[in-house]
Design a protein around this ligand. Structure first.
Ligand SMILES: [Zn+2]
Ligand SMILES: [Zn+2]
Length: 104
């Protein structure tokens, strides 16, 4: 049913998709409703993960990863460094994209 599911174009128009975090996760829709629900759910899940990690610091998570920083809310030196590096990288990429698009 690809013709009914147009990612990125929903919000007005497409009624085939049931909006919400589920639609966002499966990549079917990125409209305001789905994005909002998705991030609200993410916040809740992150809080649960952070609690689990606080309750059991020996939990096997990969430190030194921006995912651990973001998803587990781990603020150890390794994760902080990984996150800082990742966001610097993201900023640099955004800058490059901007330069490219102004050239055209
Ligand atoms: Zn949606
Ligand atoms: Zn960590």
């Amino acid at each position: 049913m690809w013709w009914r599911l147009r990612p990125g174009r929903i919000g007005g128009g497409c009624v085939a998709v049931k909006h919400g975090a589920g639609a966002y996760r499966t990549g079917r829709c990125k409209c305001v409703v789905c994005t909002k629900e998705h991030s609200a759910r993410q916040v809740r899940e992150n809080a649960v993960r952070a609690e689990r990690l606080a309750a059991d610091p020996t939990l096997a998570v990969t430190h030194g990863s921006k995912n651990t920083y973001n998803n587990w809310l781990c603020r150890c030196e390794l994760c902080k460094a990984a996150n800082a590096e990742a966001s610097a990288d993201r900023r640099a990429r955004a800058r490059r994209r901007k330069q490219l698009s102004t050239k055209e």
